[in-house]
Write a protein that binds this ligand. Sequence first.
Ligand SMILES: Cc1ncc(COP(=O)(O)O)c(C=O)c1O
Length: 447
Amino acid sequence: MLIDMREKKVYERPLLKSIESSMPGKAGMPASVSVVSEIDGVSLKLLASKNGTPLFVFSEMQIRSNIRKARQAFLTRYKSVAFAWSYKTNYLSSICRLFHEEGSWAEVVSGMEYQKAIDNGCDPTKIIFNGAAKSEADLIRAVQNDSLVHIDNSRELCLLVSIAKAQNRKARVAVRVNMDVGTYPRWDRFGFNYENGSAWQAIAQVMKEECLELVGLHCHVGTFILSTDIYRKATHKMADLACRIEREYTHSLSYIDMGGGFASKNTLKGSYENGAELAPSMDEYAEAITSVLMNTPFPSRQMPMLILETGRALIDDAGYLLSSVLTTKRLADGRSNVVIDAGVNLLFTSFWYNHKVSVVQAPTTCIEETRLTGPLCMNIDVLRDRVSLPLLNPGQMLLFHYVGAYNVTQWMQFIEYRPSIVMIKEKGEVKTIRRPEDYDYVTALEE
Ligand SMILES: Cc1ncc(COP(=O)(O)O)c(C=O)c1O
């Protein structure tokens, strides 16, 4: 990187450093420091001066590009494909609406998410209602609206029968299937099991009920799945069930829903390699799933629609968290500890990811191993335990990458207020899509 020598030089505090002899890791020598001063052409200094920090920033351009590339990867291989936006991954309305504008349906798991999808203008017949704890009131509304209800358990199946009969309707349902695809731990908590026959029993039960129409099968075999082979195995089992339904009931399904789970570019803790290099491409996932479907001899010769509920892989790299250094100190072992204004209250996913961190200003020449901790008075408030960063001073800014998924839904109002969220629109305009919390917001519900 070229440093403009006319710029005033940055004061670089002295550092005494013991020489550590270490071998290069599996991925080679430690990565150099990344410097990022703008997103989509918008200066981060300017964003911070207008909105303060911490600040979540989303890129409309990246979101649209992600969903378009994903659709293309599947549609060039398989005729009928729909993506259903996984609301729990990020249910900021401005984000959901972008996905709906790009043709995505909605995948929701609670009454609150269902309401959001309706408010976001989603066609109710294109809302997929998943979840293990749907209330009776929510099911009544979903059946009334002709939404797609994915049955999780036997109680729900019975409830649906009585609701559909009471409304004198044929409710459109799918059976959620869990299965052994070689992952550990096995995701067998949701839906009915394939191997022990309970999925088939649930299907038979649905087929028996006049008031239910079995329109699909659903599975979601895990998350951050790095092996495309797992999808191959899962698709085989789903296609196998669909064929058996055709043979035994002369009934063809409208769709097979393979759920979400594609990995984002994030790096899991303990991973040797950088997540951006490890994650299969959308084409690789698409090839794994669609090749199995294309080679399945469906007796009716009708290919079911393929639905995907991809969450993190479509949004993680479109979200950033901008944060400022509050203070620096030394740990007892001499390591640098940098306290920043964003903690695990905002970056929940830092419990399992080593998020990529960039510095916003040109780095000083000296790099040291640093522990990044948040503002919470709590020992677990650690965002990166060991990361190579230049010597930082209060006021300097850091940018966390790949934070678009599961943070602004799982964040906590704990000790600090939750900050603003802005979106950089395609033409560079910056819009606030969620205002920062304040004292009145936090205390509003107290009696
Ligand atoms: C049923 C269902 N579909 C889709 C998703 C989205 O998963 P991911 O973000 O891993 O793509 C989830 C996430 O837990 C889920 O439970």
